[in-house]
Ligand binder design. Structure first.
Ligand code: HAM
Length: 416
């Protein structure tokens, strides 16, 4: 269970504030539920046969011998709280929460026993437009944080009826190949056969690839819902990959399931996962209400944000041109073209909007450039130019304009 130190928390807080802004722009409201719930709640929602419930919960008896567990995820608690406080009665709800979750997993990079999720749930919306909205919302978070190498994987698990029919077909198929099943899959065969499809064992991959696909066994209602979602994503230009083996590790899902994955974080590649769970509220004693949600793994997202932004910084050098006065402005464009000829992958931003040196330096700071070039009347007259390495807090130096390209080359070299 990692301790979060001040330097790391600063990064966390900036990611958090971006996410909170976007959640509020999509009309999600915050809810905070306890870290502890009755163990039974998780057994009934996540499912007793899942790894999360059967192997990974921190459970204990309290002083009255009631079994309680630290929450391994947030959905169950939000549903429980919503039923208890009448939030699902004749109304829709869009709720988000954030906080620590606990799973007794084997710790490794990107996988911890205490980790944090940003969790969002929408209740009371039947059609696929809310599915699309959740995906658009998460996609907007990645964009705003500068995360690029992230991919959306989608599947439909169908209505409970079509899923049940598919389950039997799948059990038949695996029973015909008993000799190829590994130990884990043999255990899952009776209790949770769809999870066999999710196996990470390379020796199981051929068998899993050839297995019957849920998408070929969806009933009409599930097919219509899924194609409605795909159509909306296409209209919004959201790329996705259909993954028939995406089944998710929790039992409550129906119809749409999705994950955002990246190839940047090694084996812990899923940054966000979720889907519909239309029957769950009723199953726990509440109204029969539609529901969908997802959760972002915060540690993984923060790591990915760092990696993505590092790439930008180390890849293309950036120069900001501070130019005060008409002559300096004209000269700055001329010099920028020369620099572009010489350093093709360099990003050069010219001030273009007037202002004093002080104002322009502020803009240069905000642009997060590596180097600032400074031109005013004095420099033009003396045929010199000011140059400053921004990120290492360097001093401004004055060099001859004729030596500008060399001056830039030297400073880009020290940066790398
Ligand atoms: P989940 O896929 O179990 O879904 O977890 C969501 C995300 O939490 C994962 O994609 C991952 O980024 C992060 N995560 C999970 N376990 C760990 C760990 N041990 N260490 C670090 N990060 C981890 C759920 O929990 C569902 N409740 C999501 C949901 C909400 N579905 C509907 N509504």
């Amino acid at each position: 269970m990692p301790t979060l130190l001040p330097a790391e928390l600063e990064r966390w807080q900036s990611v958090e504030s971006v996410i909170k802004g976007i959640l509020s722009a999509y009309a999600f409201k915050e809810i905070r539920t306890p870290l502890l719930e009755r163990t039974e709640l998780f057994q009934r929602t996540i499912g007793e046969q899942t790894d999360v419930v059967s192997k990974e919960m921190y459970s204990f008896l309290d002083r009255k011998d009631q079994s309680l567990s630290l929450r391994p995820e947030a959905t169950a608690g939000v549903v429980r709280a919503g039923i208890e406080h009448g939030l699902f009665y004749n109304q829709t709800q869009k709720l988000w929460s954030m906080g620590p979750m606990y799973r007794y997993e084997r710790p490794q990079k990107g996988r911890y026993r205490q980790f944090h999720q940003v969790n969002m749930e929408a209740f009371g919306f039947e059609g696929p437009s809310i599915d699309a909205e959740l995906i658009l919302l998460t996609s907007r978070i990645w964009k705003k944080l500068g995360v690029d190498s992230i991919q959306l994987e989608l599947n439909s698990l169908g209505t409970p009826e079509s899923r049940k029919a598919y389950r039997s077909i799948l059990v038949e198929y695996f029973k015909d190949h008993m000799d190829t099943l590994d130990e884990d899959s043999l255990l899952r065969l009776e209790k949770n056969p769809m999870r066999i499809l999710d196996s990470k064992n390379p020796e199981m991959s051929e068998l899993n690839h050839a297995a019957p696909k849920m998408s070929d066994h969806l009933d009409q209602e599930s097919q219509d819902h899924f194609s409605g979602l795909l159509e909306r994503l296409n209209n919004h230009g959201i790329d996705y990959v259909l993954n028939p083996r995406l089944v998710r590790g929790l039992d409550y899902y129906t119809k749409t399931v999705f994950e955002w994955t990246t190839d940047k974080l090694g084996s812990q590649a899923t940054v966000c996962g979720g889907g519909r769970y239309d029957g769950l509220v009723k199953q726990l004693g509440g109204h029969d209400i539609f529901a969908i949600g997802c959760a972002i793994g915060f540690e993984r997202l923060v790591e990915l944000v760092e990696l993505s932004n590092k790439k930008d910084q180390n890849g293309q050098p950036k120069i900001y041109f501070v130019a005060v006065g008409d002559n300096a402005e004209a000269k700055s464009s001329e010099l920028a073209e020369l620099i572009r000829d010489q350093f093709e992958d360099c990003i050069i931003e010219i001030n273009h909007s007037g202002g004093s040196f002080k104002q322009q330096f502020k803009r240069a700071d905000r642009s997060e450039s590596d180097i600032a070039l400074i031109l005013g009347d004095e420099e033009i007259q003396n045929e010199t130019i000011g140059i400053k390495v921004m990120k290492q807090g360097g001093e401004q130096e004055t060099i001859s304009m004729a030596k500008l390209l060399e001056g830039i080359a030297e400073r880009i070299d020290t940066k790398n």
